[in-house]
Ligand binder design. Sequence first.
Ligand code: ZN
Ligand code: ZN
Length: 113
Amino acid sequence: MPVEPLIKSKAKLMNFEDKKLTCKECSKEFIWSAGEQQFYADKGLQNPPSRCPECRKKRKAKENVQKYTIICKECGKKGEVPFQPRDPNDILCAECWAKSRAKAAAQETTPSV
Ligand SMILES: [Zn+2]
Ligand SMILES: [Zn+2]
């Protein structure tokens, strides 16, 4: 039976070879794979990653907990939320949010409609 070699998809990676890089955060060596290099090239990124995948993951996790300052529409107090508010004018502080949650929960127990 004929077996078609995967030349087409492999050809895309031809210019790239796995590279050994040193993480500037933990000083560990890591492999910058050809596939990843292709990914970087596709995105138009010029610089190789300076951190190993592990440190990059950690950094990302840190970035994700970035806080956004909001003004509560209920009490007018300044507050912080761990997400980007869709509508900055329609947002509750943690306190009021918890209150409205409790209210909603109470309403759920008494079925309407
Ligand atoms: Zn590292
Ligand atoms: Zn509030």
